[in-house]
Design a protein around this ligand. Structure first.
Ligand code: NZQ
Length: 377
Protein backbone atom coordinates (compact mmCIF):
# COMPACT_ATOMS: atom_id res chain seq x y z
CA UNK A 1 0.00 0.00 0.00
CA UNK A 2 1.43 3.37 -1.04
CA UNK A 3 1.78 6.22 1.47
CA UNK A 4 -0.94 8.83 1.41
CA UNK A 5 -2.33 11.84 3.20
CA UNK A 6 -6.08 12.03 3.61
CA UNK A 7 -7.82 15.22 4.73
CA UNK A 8 -11.47 16.12 4.45
CA UNK A 9 -12.75 18.84 6.77
CA UNK A 10 -16.14 19.39 5.04
CA UNK A 11 -19.12 18.92 7.35
CA UNK A 12 -21.92 17.12 5.51
CA UNK A 13 -25.56 17.66 6.44
CA UNK A 14 -27.53 15.10 4.52
CA UNK A 15 -31.25 14.82 3.91
CA UNK A 16 -34.54 16.52 3.19
CA UNK A 17 -35.16 19.81 4.99
CA UNK A 18 -31.53 20.39 5.96
CA UNK A 19 -31.33 23.71 4.10
CA UNK A 20 -33.13 25.18 7.11
CA UNK A 21 -29.90 24.61 9.11
CA UNK A 22 -28.01 27.23 7.12
CA UNK A 23 -28.48 29.91 9.76
CA UNK A 24 -26.58 27.81 12.30
CA UNK A 25 -23.73 27.11 9.90
CA UNK A 26 -22.94 30.68 8.83
CA UNK A 27 -21.97 33.25 11.47
CA UNK A 28 -24.87 35.69 11.90
CA UNK A 29 -22.71 38.78 11.27
CA UNK A 30 -21.42 37.47 7.91
CA UNK A 31 -21.97 39.29 4.66
CA UNK A 32 -22.94 36.38 2.44
CA UNK A 33 -22.61 36.25 -1.34
CA UNK A 34 -24.88 33.50 -2.69
CA UNK A 35 -23.56 32.32 -6.06
CA UNK A 36 -25.62 30.31 -8.50
CA UNK A 37 -26.04 29.34 -12.15
CA UNK A 38 -28.47 30.20 -14.88
CA UNK A 39 -31.67 30.15 -12.88
CA UNK A 40 -32.65 26.60 -11.95
CA UNK A 41 -32.58 27.45 -8.23
CA UNK A 42 -35.03 30.31 -8.78
CA UNK A 43 -37.47 27.95 -10.50
CA UNK A 44 -37.29 24.88 -8.26
CA UNK A 45 -37.74 26.59 -4.90
CA UNK A 46 -34.18 26.09 -3.64
CA UNK A 47 -33.38 29.82 -3.62
CA UNK A 48 -36.55 30.52 -1.65
CA UNK A 49 -35.47 27.95 0.96
CA UNK A 50 -32.02 29.51 1.20
CA UNK A 51 -33.44 33.02 1.48
CA UNK A 52 -35.86 31.94 4.19
CA UNK A 53 -33.20 30.06 6.16
CA UNK A 54 -30.90 33.09 6.03
CA UNK A 55 -33.57 35.74 6.61
CA UNK A 56 -31.57 37.08 9.55
CA UNK A 57 -28.34 37.37 7.53
CA UNK A 58 -27.07 40.05 5.18
CA UNK A 59 -27.34 38.49 1.69
CA UNK A 60 -26.35 39.33 -1.85
CA UNK A 61 -26.81 37.14 -4.93
CA UNK A 62 -24.59 36.58 -7.95
CA UNK A 63 -26.33 34.79 -10.84
CA UNK A 64 -24.92 33.36 -14.04
CA UNK A 65 -22.05 31.00 -13.29
CA UNK A 66 -22.37 28.85 -16.37
CA UNK A 67 -21.69 25.16 -16.96
CA UNK A 68 -17.90 24.77 -17.30
CA UNK A 69 -17.50 28.15 -15.57
CA UNK A 70 -15.80 31.00 -17.37
CA UNK A 71 -12.96 32.95 -15.78
CA UNK A 72 -14.48 36.25 -16.93
CA UNK A 73 -17.78 35.46 -15.18
CA UNK A 74 -15.95 34.62 -11.97
CA UNK A 75 -14.06 37.91 -12.10
CA UNK A 76 -17.42 39.69 -12.17
CA UNK A 77 -18.43 37.76 -9.06
CA UNK A 78 -15.18 38.78 -7.35
CA UNK A 79 -15.86 42.42 -8.27
CA UNK A 80 -19.35 42.27 -6.78
CA UNK A 81 -18.11 40.53 -3.64
CA UNK A 82 -15.38 43.16 -3.18
CA UNK A 83 -17.75 46.08 -3.73
CA UNK A 84 -20.17 44.66 -1.18
CA UNK A 85 -17.47 43.61 1.32
CA UNK A 86 -18.71 40.03 1.37
CA UNK A 87 -16.91 37.69 3.75
CA UNK A 88 -18.71 34.39 3.19
CA UNK A 89 -19.53 32.60 -0.10
CA UNK A 90 -22.48 30.24 -0.37
CA UNK A 91 -22.52 28.26 -3.63
CA UNK A 92 -25.91 26.85 -4.61
CA UNK A 93 -25.92 24.72 -7.75
CA UNK A 94 -24.01 22.08 -9.67
CA UNK A 95 -20.29 21.36 -9.81
CA UNK A 96 -19.67 24.36 -12.06
CA UNK A 97 -21.15 26.79 -9.53
CA UNK A 98 -19.24 25.18 -6.68
CA UNK A 99 -15.93 25.05 -8.57
CA UNK A 100 -16.37 28.64 -9.72
CA UNK A 101 -17.21 29.78 -6.19
CA UNK A 102 -14.03 28.18 -4.87
CA UNK A 103 -12.08 30.37 -7.24
CA UNK A 104 -14.05 33.44 -6.16
CA UNK A 105 -13.32 32.57 -2.50
CA UNK A 106 -9.59 32.26 -3.26
CA UNK A 107 -9.44 35.45 -5.33
CA UNK A 108 -11.19 37.40 -2.55
CA UNK A 109 -8.45 36.49 -0.10
CA UNK A 110 -5.60 37.28 -2.52
CA UNK A 111 -4.27 40.83 -2.87
CA UNK A 112 -2.74 40.34 -6.33
CA UNK A 113 -4.14 39.50 -9.77
CA UNK A 114 -6.58 36.56 -9.52
CA UNK A 115 -4.98 34.97 -12.57
CA UNK A 116 -1.79 34.39 -10.52
CA UNK A 117 -3.72 31.70 -8.68
CA UNK A 118 -4.10 29.76 -11.92
CA UNK A 119 -0.53 30.18 -13.03
CA UNK A 120 1.64 28.87 -10.27
CA UNK A 121 1.00 31.04 -7.20
CA UNK A 122 -0.16 28.68 -4.45
CA UNK A 123 -3.63 29.28 -3.05
CA UNK A 124 -3.00 29.76 0.67
CA UNK A 125 -6.13 31.54 1.81
CA UNK A 126 -9.77 31.72 0.81
CA UNK A 127 -12.95 33.20 2.16
CA UNK A 128 -15.04 30.62 3.98
CA UNK A 129 -17.27 28.75 1.55
CA UNK A 130 -20.37 26.67 2.12
CA UNK A 131 -22.44 24.90 -0.49
CA UNK A 132 -25.79 23.45 -1.37
CA UNK A 133 -25.27 21.11 -4.34
CA UNK A 134 -28.31 20.68 -6.60
CA UNK A 135 -26.78 18.15 -9.00
CA UNK A 136 -25.18 14.92 -7.85
CA UNK A 137 -22.16 14.50 -10.09
CA UNK A 138 -18.71 15.85 -9.33
CA UNK A 139 -18.21 15.66 -5.57
CA UNK A 140 -17.01 19.26 -5.69
CA UNK A 141 -19.05 19.93 -2.54
CA UNK A 142 -16.54 18.01 -0.45
CA UNK A 143 -13.20 18.41 -2.12
CA UNK A 144 -10.68 21.22 -2.50
CA UNK A 145 -10.46 21.22 -6.29
CA UNK A 146 -11.97 23.07 -9.19
CA UNK A 147 -11.63 23.63 -12.90
CA UNK A 148 -12.61 26.64 -14.95
CA UNK A 149 -12.55 27.68 -18.60
CA UNK A 150 -10.53 30.61 -19.86
CA UNK A 151 -11.92 31.72 -23.22
CA UNK A 152 -9.01 34.06 -23.98
CA UNK A 153 -6.44 31.31 -23.48
CA UNK A 154 -8.70 28.60 -24.91
CA UNK A 155 -7.87 26.48 -21.89
CA UNK A 156 -9.42 24.61 -19.01
CA UNK A 157 -7.45 25.46 -15.89
CA UNK A 158 -7.47 23.33 -12.77
CA UNK A 159 -6.67 24.55 -9.28
CA UNK A 160 -6.68 23.02 -5.83
CA UNK A 161 -5.76 23.79 -2.23
CA UNK A 162 -6.69 22.51 1.21
CA UNK A 163 -8.25 25.91 2.06
CA UNK A 164 -10.80 25.39 -0.75
CA UNK A 165 -12.64 22.57 0.95
CA UNK A 166 -16.12 23.90 1.69
CA UNK A 167 -16.77 24.41 5.42
CA UNK A 168 -20.03 22.54 4.97
CA UNK A 169 -22.21 20.98 2.31
CA UNK A 170 -25.94 20.51 2.61
CA UNK A 171 -26.96 17.50 0.55
CA UNK A 172 -30.74 17.58 0.24
CA UNK A 173 -31.73 15.02 -2.43
CA UNK A 174 -35.00 16.93 -3.05
CA UNK A 175 -32.96 19.71 -4.69
CA UNK A 176 -32.22 17.27 -7.53
CA UNK A 177 -35.88 16.48 -8.34
CA UNK A 178 -35.97 19.23 -10.95
CA UNK A 179 -32.99 17.89 -12.92
CA UNK A 180 -33.73 17.10 -16.57
CA UNK A 181 -33.02 13.51 -17.65
CA UNK A 182 -29.81 14.63 -19.36
CA UNK A 183 -28.34 15.88 -16.08
CA UNK A 184 -29.48 12.77 -14.17
CA UNK A 185 -27.60 10.68 -16.71
CA UNK A 186 -24.61 13.01 -16.59
CA UNK A 187 -24.35 12.72 -12.82
CA UNK A 188 -24.48 8.93 -12.78
CA UNK A 189 -21.99 8.56 -15.61
CA UNK A 190 -19.58 11.10 -14.11
CA UNK A 191 -19.54 9.33 -10.75
CA UNK A 192 -19.20 5.92 -12.45
CA UNK A 193 -16.37 7.05 -14.74
CA UNK A 194 -14.44 8.66 -11.89
CA UNK A 195 -14.88 5.56 -9.73
CA UNK A 196 -13.85 3.20 -12.50
CA UNK A 197 -10.75 5.16 -13.38
CA UNK A 198 -9.67 5.02 -9.74
CA UNK A 199 -10.43 1.31 -9.59
CA UNK A 200 -8.28 0.54 -12.60
CA UNK A 201 -5.41 2.70 -11.32
CA UNK A 202 -5.58 1.40 -7.76
CA UNK A 203 -2.64 -0.58 -6.36
CA UNK A 204 -3.19 -4.33 -6.17
CA UNK A 205 -2.82 -4.44 -2.40
CA UNK A 206 -5.75 -2.26 -1.31
CA UNK A 207 -8.64 -4.71 -1.09
CA UNK A 208 -10.65 -2.34 1.12
CA UNK A 209 -10.56 0.32 -1.56
CA UNK A 210 -11.43 -2.27 -4.22
CA UNK A 211 -14.54 -3.28 -2.30
CA UNK A 212 -15.45 0.39 -1.67
CA UNK A 213 -15.28 1.25 -5.37
CA UNK A 214 -17.06 -1.94 -6.41
CA UNK A 215 -19.85 -0.95 -3.99
CA UNK A 216 -19.99 2.49 -5.54
CA UNK A 217 -20.15 1.16 -9.11
CA UNK A 218 -22.73 -1.51 -8.29
CA UNK A 219 -24.92 1.05 -6.54
CA UNK A 220 -24.75 3.38 -9.52
CA UNK A 221 -25.64 0.51 -11.88
CA UNK A 222 -28.66 -0.26 -9.75
CA UNK A 223 -29.86 3.22 -8.86
CA UNK A 224 -29.02 5.16 -12.05
CA UNK A 225 -31.71 3.64 -14.31
CA UNK A 226 -34.20 3.85 -11.42
CA UNK A 227 -33.68 7.60 -11.20
CA UNK A 228 -34.49 7.95 -14.91
CA UNK A 229 -37.59 5.78 -14.56
CA UNK A 230 -38.83 7.32 -11.27
CA UNK A 231 -37.48 10.87 -11.12
CA UNK A 232 -39.23 11.67 -7.83
CA UNK A 233 -38.06 8.61 -5.94
CA UNK A 234 -36.40 10.14 -2.86
CA UNK A 235 -34.44 7.05 -1.83
CA UNK A 236 -32.93 6.70 -5.30
CA UNK A 237 -31.97 10.37 -5.47
CA UNK A 238 -30.50 10.16 -1.98
CA UNK A 239 -28.35 7.17 -2.86
CA UNK A 240 -27.12 8.80 -6.05
CA UNK A 241 -26.28 11.99 -4.24
CA UNK A 242 -24.23 10.12 -1.66
CA UNK A 243 -22.51 8.04 -4.36
CA UNK A 244 -21.49 11.10 -6.35
CA UNK A 245 -20.16 12.79 -3.25
CA UNK A 246 -18.15 9.72 -2.21
CA UNK A 247 -16.72 9.23 -5.71
CA UNK A 248 -14.65 12.41 -5.52
CA UNK A 249 -14.38 13.39 -1.87
CA UNK A 250 -10.84 12.06 -1.72
CA UNK A 251 -11.53 8.83 0.13
CA UNK A 252 -11.19 6.71 -2.99
CA UNK A 253 -8.50 8.85 -4.56
CA UNK A 254 -6.19 9.74 -1.71
CA UNK A 255 -2.96 8.54 -3.30
CA UNK A 256 -3.76 9.36 -6.93
CA UNK A 257 -3.14 12.40 -9.02
CA UNK A 258 -4.93 13.64 -12.11
CA UNK A 259 -5.26 11.36 -15.12
CA UNK A 260 -5.44 11.26 -18.89
CA UNK A 261 -9.18 10.74 -18.99
CA UNK A 262 -9.77 14.00 -17.13
CA UNK A 263 -7.40 15.95 -19.33
CA UNK A 264 -8.77 14.64 -22.61
CA UNK A 265 -12.34 15.18 -21.46
CA UNK A 266 -11.56 18.79 -20.55
CA UNK A 267 -10.18 19.41 -24.05
CA UNK A 268 -13.24 17.86 -25.64
CA UNK A 269 -15.58 19.94 -23.49
CA UNK A 270 -13.59 23.09 -24.16
CA UNK A 271 -13.42 22.74 -27.92
CA UNK A 272 -16.79 21.21 -28.68
CA UNK A 273 -18.89 22.27 -25.69
CA UNK A 274 -19.79 18.82 -24.46
CA UNK A 275 -20.90 18.46 -20.84
CA UNK A 276 -18.12 16.99 -18.70
CA UNK A 277 -19.95 13.67 -18.36
CA UNK A 278 -20.73 13.55 -22.07
CA UNK A 279 -17.00 13.75 -22.77
CA UNK A 280 -16.27 11.02 -20.23
CA UNK A 281 -18.91 8.72 -21.79
CA UNK A 282 -17.30 9.07 -25.22
CA UNK A 283 -13.72 8.70 -24.04
CA UNK A 284 -13.79 6.05 -21.33
CA UNK A 285 -14.85 3.05 -23.45
CA UNK A 286 -12.28 3.99 -26.10
CA UNK A 287 -9.61 4.42 -23.42
CA UNK A 288 -10.35 0.97 -22.01
CA UNK A 289 -9.98 -0.47 -25.52
CA UNK A 290 -6.76 1.39 -26.23
CA UNK A 291 -4.99 0.59 -23.01
CA UNK A 292 -3.04 -2.68 -22.79
CA UNK A 293 -5.36 -5.19 -21.10
CA UNK A 294 -4.61 -5.42 -17.40
CA UNK A 295 -5.59 -7.79 -14.64
CA UNK A 296 -7.65 -5.13 -12.99
CA UNK A 297 -9.94 -4.89 -16.00
CA UNK A 298 -10.57 -8.61 -15.59
CA UNK A 299 -11.29 -8.04 -11.90
CA UNK A 300 -13.77 -5.30 -12.88
CA UNK A 301 -15.44 -7.71 -15.34
CA UNK A 302 -15.84 -10.32 -12.64
CA UNK A 303 -16.68 -8.23 -9.59
CA UNK A 304 -18.90 -5.58 -11.14
CA UNK A 305 -20.44 -7.33 -14.14
CA UNK A 306 -20.35 -10.92 -12.83
CA UNK A 307 -18.53 -12.06 -15.98
CA UNK A 308 -16.84 -15.33 -15.04
CA UNK A 309 -17.17 -17.40 -18.22
CA UNK A 310 -15.06 -17.34 -21.35
CA UNK A 311 -11.41 -16.45 -21.83
CA UNK A 312 -9.97 -13.46 -19.95
CA UNK A 313 -9.93 -11.50 -23.23
CA UNK A 314 -13.60 -12.24 -23.87
CA UNK A 315 -14.56 -11.22 -20.36
CA UNK A 316 -12.66 -7.94 -20.60
CA UNK A 317 -14.25 -7.16 -23.99
CA UNK A 318 -17.66 -7.94 -22.54
CA UNK A 319 -17.01 -5.62 -19.59
CA UNK A 320 -16.09 -2.75 -21.93
CA UNK A 321 -19.24 -3.37 -23.99
CA UNK A 322 -21.36 -3.53 -20.84
CA UNK A 323 -19.89 -0.23 -19.60
CA UNK A 324 -20.67 1.44 -22.90
CA UNK A 325 -24.17 -0.06 -22.84
CA UNK A 326 -24.75 1.35 -19.35
CA UNK A 327 -23.72 4.85 -20.41
CA UNK A 328 -26.16 4.61 -23.33
CA UNK A 329 -28.88 3.36 -21.03
CA UNK A 330 -28.31 6.48 -18.96
CA UNK A 331 -28.99 8.49 -22.11
CA UNK A 332 -25.44 9.46 -23.05
CA UNK A 333 -23.81 9.08 -26.45
CA UNK A 334 -20.65 6.99 -26.39
CA UNK A 335 -19.25 8.05 -29.74
CA UNK A 336 -18.05 11.38 -31.06
CA UNK A 337 -20.59 10.95 -33.88
CA UNK A 338 -23.40 11.13 -31.30
CA UNK A 339 -22.33 14.76 -30.82
CA UNK A 340 -22.06 15.49 -34.54
CA UNK A 341 -18.27 15.14 -34.55
CA UNK A 342 -16.18 13.20 -37.05
CA UNK A 343 -12.47 12.65 -37.76
CA UNK A 344 -12.11 16.32 -38.65
CA UNK A 345 -12.57 17.16 -34.98
CA UNK A 346 -9.49 15.24 -33.91
CA UNK A 347 -6.57 17.47 -35.07
CA UNK A 348 -7.80 20.39 -32.96
CA UNK A 349 -7.89 18.19 -29.85
CA UNK A 350 -4.38 16.93 -30.55
CA UNK A 351 -3.13 20.46 -31.18
CA UNK A 352 -4.61 21.53 -27.87
CA UNK A 353 -2.88 18.64 -26.09
CA UNK A 354 0.38 19.52 -27.78
CA UNK A 355 0.04 23.10 -26.65
CA UNK A 356 -0.26 21.89 -23.06
CA UNK A 357 3.05 20.07 -23.28
CA UNK A 358 4.05 16.45 -22.83
CA UNK A 359 4.25 16.60 -19.04
CA UNK A 360 0.47 16.93 -19.00
CA UNK A 361 0.01 13.46 -20.48
CA UNK A 362 0.88 10.70 -18.07
CA UNK A 363 0.08 7.48 -19.83
CA UNK A 364 -0.82 8.31 -23.43
CA UNK A 365 1.45 10.10 -25.87
CA UNK A 366 -0.03 12.07 -28.77
CA UNK A 367 -0.13 9.02 -31.06
CA UNK A 368 -1.98 7.00 -28.45
CA UNK A 369 -4.42 9.89 -27.91
CA UNK A 370 -5.06 9.99 -31.65
CA UNK A 371 -5.73 6.24 -31.74
CA UNK A 372 -8.05 6.60 -28.78
CA UNK A 373 -10.00 9.40 -30.45
CA UNK A 374 -10.26 7.43 -33.70
CA UNK A 375 -11.71 4.53 -31.72
CA UNK A 376 -14.26 6.93 -30.25
CA UNK A 377 -15.61 7.99 -33.68
O1 NZQ B 1 -27.14 26.94 -14.28
P1 NZQ B 1 -28.38 26.31 -13.77
O2 NZQ B 1 -29.63 27.02 -14.19
O3 NZQ B 1 -28.34 26.05 -12.30
O4 NZQ B 1 -28.50 24.88 -14.53
C1 NZQ B 1 -27.55 23.85 -14.34
C2 NZQ B 1 -26.62 23.65 -15.53
O5 NZQ B 1 -27.21 24.11 -16.71
C3 NZQ B 1 -28.29 22.55 -14.28
N1 NZQ B 1 -28.77 22.21 -12.93
C4 NZQ B 1 -28.04 22.07 -11.80
N2 NZQ B 1 -28.85 21.70 -10.79
C5 NZQ B 1 -30.11 21.64 -11.29
C6 NZQ B 1 -30.06 21.97 -12.65
N3 NZQ B 1 -31.17 22.00 -13.43
C7 NZQ B 1 -32.35 21.69 -12.85
N4 NZQ B 1 -32.45 21.33 -11.54
C8 NZQ B 1 -31.35 21.29 -10.74
N5 NZQ B 1 -31.48 20.89 -9.47
O6 NZQ B 1 -27.35 21.58 -14.69
C9 NZQ B 1 -26.50 22.16 -15.68
C10 NZQ B 1 -25.09 21.62 -15.53
O7 NZQ B 1 -24.54 22.03 -14.31
P2 NZQ B 1 -22.99 21.81 -13.97
O8 NZQ B 1 -22.75 22.43 -12.65
O9 NZQ B 1 -22.14 22.26 -15.11
O10 NZQ B 1 -22.84 20.21 -13.89
P3 NZQ B 1 -21.89 19.31 -13.01
O11 NZQ B 1 -22.33 19.26 -11.60
O12 NZQ B 1 -21.81 18.05 -13.76
O13 NZQ B 1 -20.48 20.06 -13.01
C11 NZQ B 1 -19.61 20.00 -14.09
C12 NZQ B 1 -18.37 20.83 -13.80
O14 NZQ B 1 -17.62 20.25 -12.72
C13 NZQ B 1 -16.26 20.07 -13.12
C14 NZQ B 1 -16.40 19.84 -14.62
O15 NZQ B 1 -15.18 20.00 -15.31
C15 NZQ B 1 -17.43 20.87 -14.99
O16 NZQ B 1 -16.87 22.16 -15.13
N6 NZQ B 1 -15.62 19.00 -12.35
C16 NZQ B 1 -15.28 19.27 -11.08
C17 NZQ B 1 -14.61 18.34 -10.31
C18 NZQ B 1 -14.22 18.61 -8.91
N7 NZQ B 1 -14.42 19.80 -8.39
O17 NZQ B 1 -13.70 17.70 -8.24
C19 NZQ B 1 -14.21 17.01 -10.84
C20 NZQ B 1 -14.98 16.65 -12.05
O18 NZQ B 1 -14.31 15.61 -12.73
C21 NZQ B 1 -15.19 17.79 -12.99
O19 NZQ B 1 -14.01 18.09 -13.72
Amino acid sequence: MRNFSYYNPTRILFGAGQIASLAQLIPSDSRVLVTHGGGSILQNGVWQQVEQALSGHWLSRFAGIEANPQYSTLLRAVKQARQQHCDFILAVGGGSVIDGSKFVAAAMAYPGEPFDLLSGTPIRRALPLGCVPTLAATGSESNGRGVLSHAGLQARLAFSAPCLFPRFAILDPCTTFSLPARQIGNGVVAAFAHGLERYLASPADMPLRDRQIEGLLLTLLEQGPKALAEPRNYATRANLMWCASQALNGLLTCDDTDDDLQRLSHELSLLYHLDHAQSLAVLLPALLEERPRQRRLLQYAEQVWGLRRGSPGQRMDAAINATEGFFRRMGLGTRLSAHGLDAEAIPAILAQLQREGPEQRREFDLDACERLLLRAL
